[in-house]
Design a protein around this ligand. Structure first.
Ligand SMILES: *Cc1c(COP(=O)(O)O)cnc(C)c1O
Length: 387
């Protein structure tokens, strides 16, 4: 465990299917076994096969950690019980008084963790506009130790120039954490762009089937990796072996799923752009989209998430999300089925009244891998209600 197998010559799709997943040496099983054993036999005291107790290390988890680390071009990978458990583990790198700069458009749960759990313990934070590098440099709080960014952001899909933020943060002695949940390593590899740590909600595209909650950390720095692995074991927010198996099964098809998510998102964007009831369409591929240049530079494609605002305001947004049939009204994202939601009252309700508050007329789509024609027709009929 730990050091990545030397298989970096393989393409992304091959690594997703094979890295960490060689046939089981004892049985020949082609699929990584789900190892439920909590403890592992030792030949003599301290003489074991790499596993002692399942919180500290488990073979199914090790397979997942090796595979996803490889997909992020990282030397080290750590799996967690949820995305927020992974985020919490990263925040444990800080010492009291260290400031976190959080992009002003972020996952509501990240905002809640930083502002409601960590701040009261003595960890200051500020919400900042990460798209304006000059303003950020001019107004940089000197106690900053961590910059936390998402790109594309949730739910406005703003794209942030990872290279530019990393070079500024590093010149001021701060680490850069990128939440790569929306892009996935197939579309964007933050570590290769200068980020120090990547976090994931594996619940989303990595798992990809809305049937497992999980989190992940990937990084190259050995010292930081040792500290993160220490708290992974010491605080114990680890995923169950079955959950590791489900995420591992999901990542095998990540590349093909992402290609279809992106293609379907484009079809949906085309419909929305021509609709009179729609005010703004938010999708990183659009030339006037905030951060389009950064997205074009650092992403392979523009992703499966699409947001839009309605001319009829909140009432119209609530009307649209009520009337889709193929798109299911639900929180979460990144799986095979298409989802629709109203961030203001659902995923981002906890950000109301804060700098991270989202527009009330906003609708967010997680575009799935169904037939593009069915998705477009479904949205078109739902939009008939707000014409
Ligand atoms: C869902 C999500 C998280 C939190 O992950 P959980 O697995 O729900 O704990 C963090 N960041 C982003 C961008 C997310 O979408």
């Amino acid at each position: 465990m730990g050091e990545l197998e030397q298989q970096t010559g393989w393409g992304f799709e091959t690594r997703a299917v094979h890295v960490g997943q060689a046939p089981d040496p004892t049985s020949g099983a082609v699929v990584t076994p789900i190892t439920l054993s909590t403890t592992f036999a030792q030949d003599g005291v301290g003489n074991h096969k790499g596993f002692e107790y399942s919180r500290s290390g488990n073979p199914t988890r090790a397979a997942l950690e090796t595979c996803v680390a490889s997909l992020e071009d990282a030397s080290h990978g750590l799996a967690f019980a949820s995305g927020l458990a992974a985020e919490d583990n990263v925040l444990r790198l800080l010492t009291q008084g260290d400031r976190v700069l959080l992009g002003n458009d972020a996952y509501g749960g990240t905002f809640r963790l930083i502002s409601k759990v960590w701040q009261p313990l003595g960890f200051p934070w500020s919400a900042v506009d990460l798209t304006d590098i000059d303003a950020l440099a001019a107004d940089w709080p000197s106690d900053t130790r961590l910059v936390w960014l998402e790109t594309p952001t949730n739910p406005l899909l703003t794209c942030i120039d990872i290279e530019a933020i990393a070079s500024l943060a590093h010149s001021r002695g701060a680490l850069v954490v990128v939440d790569n949940t929306f892009a996935t390593p197939f579309l964007q590899q933050p570590l290769t762009l200068g980020a120090d740590i990547v976090v994931h909600s594996a619940t989303k595209y990595l798992g990809g089937h809305s049937d497992v909650v999980g989190g992940f950390i990937a990084l190259n720095d050995e010292t930081l990796a040792d500290r993160l692995r220490f708290t992974q074991n010491a605080a114990g927010a680890i995923p169950a072996p079955f959950d590791c198996y489900l995420v591992l099964r999901g990542v095998k098809t990540l590349a093909v799923r992402m290609e279809r998510h992106c293609a379907n998102a484009r079809a949906v964007v085309d419909l929305l752009l021509g609709h009179p009831g729609v005010d703004r369409v938010l999708y990183p591929q659009l030339p006037d989209h905030p951060g389009h240049a950064a997205a074009a530079k650092q992403m392979r494609d523009f992703g499966g998430m699409v947001s839009f605002t309605l001319r009829g305001g909140e009432a119209a947004a609530l009307e649209v999300v009520k009337h889709t049939e193929v798109f299911t009204l639900a929180e979460s994202l990144g799986a095979v089925e298409s989802l629709i939601e109203h961030p203001g009252q659902m995923t981002h309700a906890s950000a109301a009244g804060s700098p991270l508050q989202v527009p009330a007329s906003l609708v967010r789509l997680s575009v799935g891998i169904e037939s593009a024609a069915d998705l477009v027709a479904d949205l078109a009929q739902a939009l008939e209600h707000v014409r």
